[in-house]
Design a protein around this ligand. Structure first.
Ligand code: DX5
Ligand code: ZN
Length: 219
């Protein structure tokens, strides 16, 4: 892959104070990260519940960041229109969350926004063989979804490499995103394997100089 381009950094709101989303969006903007990652959890697909489309529609007038929505919900087909109309620039759904993945990806694309698919750590890349040609983004979960602050699962590296190889061989255009346990220490290797987008929660929030952190992991 093209090693010259900068990696996109997508800080996750999950690691921030939910009572002050507007200032979190400002912090992300000031760090020079171009994206913000919204982790939507329904208490079924993953045990925790976070927020719904209203947080995105309320945030939209206050931010020009790229809104990167990650739906960790069962039956995402029931929610696509709401999250798209709320102002998402990309919506990613889980392979494991619906039997109608092709239809759901089509629903997202109807809104002329990026359509993404994600796999949890126990799902192999091969499960995506019938959908890769239709998606704009593949999000590799490098921790088990549900919580921030977990350690990166090393076998995710191989998945990123496989996805990078497949897109080169098949001339697919999807971006590869990595979500979970991304740190200043592993960012370079992730990019080297083929990652284009790095989602970062706890490492971003803990970084004393967020602009320097974003610069370091996107280099
Ligand atoms: C986990 C979420 C992640 C999470 C990443 O289910 O999808 O986006 O916020 O957090 P860190 O970077 O702390 O692993
Ligand atoms: Zn996420």
């Amino acid at each position: 892959m093209d090693k010259e381009h900068k990696t996109i950094v997508s800080p996750s709101l999950l690691a921030f104070d939910f009572s002050d989303v507007r200032s979190s969006l400002r912090t992300i903007k000031e760090s020079s990260a171009p994206w913000v990652h919204f982790d939507v959890m329904d208490g079924h697909f993953v045990p925790p519940i976070t927020f719904g489309s209203q947080l995105i529609s309320s945030s939209r007038p206050h931010s020009d960041l790229f809104f990167d929505t990650h739906l960790m919900v069962e039956k995402p087909e029931n929610f696509i229109d709401d999250f798209a109309k709320a102002g998402s620039d990309a919506i990613t759904v889980h392979y494991e969350s619906t039997v109608h993945l092709n239809r759901v990806i089509g629903m997202i694309k109807k809104h002329s926004i990026m359509a993404g698919v994600s796999i949890v750590p126990s799902t192999p890349v091969s499960a995506l063989s019938e959908i890769l040609e239709y998606v704009d983004l593949v999000l590799v979960m490098s921790v088990n979804p549900g919580w921030g602050g977990q350690n990166f699962i090393p076998s995710s590296l191989n998945k990123i490499k496989m996805l990078d190889e497949i897109r080169q061989i098949e001339h697919y255009s999807y971006k590869i995103s990595v979500d979970g346990g991304v740190t200043a220490q592993n960012a370079e290797e992730l990019k080297h394997c083929g990652a284009d987008i790095l989602v970062t929660g706890s490492s971003f929030v803990k970084a004393p100089d967020k602009r320097a952190f974003v610069e370091k992991i996107s280099y």
